[in-house]
Design a protein around this ligand. Structure first.
Ligand code: PLP
Length: 493
């Protein structure tokens, strides 16, 4: 393809992307294809001769789009919200126009410098303590691909710090703490690094938040048994229910165990700190005064398209001590002098994508106010949805609604005699009906044995009418399943 052909194909691509975005509402939310659909449709080898690009572009429409779930659809309430803003699309286009692995400052100074600047902008936007800013030259922020990699990098740094301070300790006696509600990234970090993982218990009465006392008891138990807990991965906004670990209490306990690294995973909820009114309740003061590392993923609720997870550390030295491998061919004048950040020493891989460009474009185009409005609009819609659940004769909330997430279940007020296992059966059947539809997407979860359904709001196109429609649709499926099950229960009793 030459530049003129690219120009034409590019204009067409932009037109088609615009059409896709304005017709999102009319599409099914979920892909309807069966496993293996694409292998059946595509040839078994790459073409010998190059093909006409128009054919390729048309095949994207024909074969790929039907196999996509439309995460930006106004009726997508599953997992977590993601965005694909036009500003971000343009940034990704420019990024891909100069493929460049930006591992050192000197291989493309703009990549490193823009990342260091936008990470400070975001730190400010969230109200993070200045010790996390890159400009402090002590702490700093780096964009990782995912929250899982952020947690893994934090764990590697914590382990290196612990072993440095306790050289006599055997690796097999190290323990990584999570809670039963921590995302699978905790277990995975343990798996990758060959570490023991202990998941601390939480209760429904505490809204699934880790309490300080639970941590204290575990630390005493493990240390008496000769183990060495060295990191706790706490969560602000758990995946299942949006729970917030009591970081204030945890910090009070951890003060007496200064070798314990605290990493806070706020992948989804952390972005809400752009609205100052949520900072206190979602534990920002404890994050600022105590934790070693903090992560929030702007690719979820922060208007940045996948990927991009922001990780800040209080001491960048702990990252570079653990991850700096500098063979001769990577030595540079600026790196050696320590006058520039070499992000390769802050992450797992060597090269990194130029992700900061989309952060820069989106933050500038929307402004702080634009981002605040986007977040608070989503929370308002959820507050209204949760209110309807509270008032409903059919549904009840399972745990306190969190920001733009409500976890609820079908629990008809007319069937108060149903046991938890019976309600679980009812809710599985209810969820199966919702999951069989292609005009709405929700996610199921389990909270200490209670099967429930998560509703997460945040697609930019979602309006109040979409939430009302979702509720009406849930009611009609709920009526259907209750009638069906009532017959079953009657015949069993
Ligand atoms: C989504 C989510 C994750 C996983 O994020 P990845 O970027 O896919 O690794 C981890 N923790 C929480 C709390 C999440 O919401």
């Amino acid at each position: 393809m030459n530049a003129e052909q690219f120009r034409r194909a590019g204009y067409q691509a932009i037109d088609r992307i615009c059409d896709y975005h304005v017709t999102l509402r009319d599409r099914p939310v979920l892909s309807q294809v069966e496993p293996g659909y694409l292998r059946k449709a595509l040839p078994s080898s790459a073409p010998t001769e190059g093909e006409d690009f128009q054919l390729i572009a048309d095949d994207y429409q024909k074969y790929i789009i039907p196999g996509l779930t439309h995460w930006q659809h106004p009726s997508f309430f599953a997992y977590f919200p993601t965005s694909s803003t036009f500003e971000g699309i343009l940034a990704e286009l420019y990024t891909s126009s100069t493929s460049n692995p930006g591992f050192n400052w000197s291989v493309s100074p703009a990549c490193t410098e823009l990342e260091a600047v936008v990470m400070d902008w975001i730190a400010q936007l969230l109200g993070l303590d200045q010790s996390f800013y890159n400009i402090s030259e002590v702490g700093g922020g780096v964009i990782q691909p995912s929250a899982s990699e952020s947690a893994l990098v934090a764990t590697v740094a914590a382990r290196a710090r612990y072993i440095h301070e306790h050289p006599q300790v055997a690796m097999e006696n190290l323990v990584l703490y999570t809670t039963t509600q921590t995302h699978s990234l905790g277990k995975k970090a343990g798996l990758i690094l060959g570490l023991k993982v202990r998941a601390l218990g939480v209760t429904a009465q505490d809204d699934f938040a880790l309490r300080g006392d639970t941590l204290k008891v575990a630390l005493e138990e493990d240390m008496n048994a000769g183990f060495h807990p060295f990191i706790l991965i706490g969560t602000v906004g758990t995946t299942s229910s949006g729970a917030v670990d009591r970081l204030d209490e945890i910090a009070d306990v951890a003060k007496h165990y200064p070798f314990l690294w605290l990493h806070v995973d706020a992948a989804w909820a952390g972005v809400a700190f752009v609205c100052p009114e949520y900072r206190e309740a979602y534990q920002l003061p404890a994050i600022n005064s105590y934790v070693d590392s903090f992560c929030t993923s702007f690719y979820k609720w922060g208007l940045i398209q996948f990927d991009g997870s922001c990780l800040w550390v209080r001491h960048r030295k702990h990252l570079t001590d653990a991850l700096d491998v500098t063979p001769e061919f990577l030595r540079t004048r600026h790196g050696n002098a320590g006058t520039a950040i070499d992000y390769r020493n802050w992450q797992l891989g060597l090269g990194k994508r130029f992700r900061s460009l989309k952060f820069w474009f989106v933050l500038r185009a929307r402004g702080v106010k634009g981002l605040q409005k986007y977040i608070s609009d989503g929370i308002k819609l959820n507050t209204k949805f949760a209110q309807s659940i509270y008032e409903s004769e059919l549904f009840s909330v399972v745990t306190k609604p969190s920001l733009a997430m409500t976890v609820f279940r079908l629990a008809p007020k007319s069937s108060t005699q149903l046991s938890t296992p019976e309600l679980n059966i009812l809710n599985r059947a209810f969820y199966a009906r919702l999951a069989a539809r292609n005009d709405i997407a929700l996610t199921q979860t389990d909270l200490n044995g209670v099967f429930c359904i998560r509703m997460v709001i945040g697609a930019e196109q979602t309006l109040e009418s979409d939430v009302d429609r979702a509720l009406a649709l849930m009611k009609s499926e709920a009526d259907g399943v209750v009638n069906e099950m009532r017959g079953d229960w009657r015949s069993q009793r």
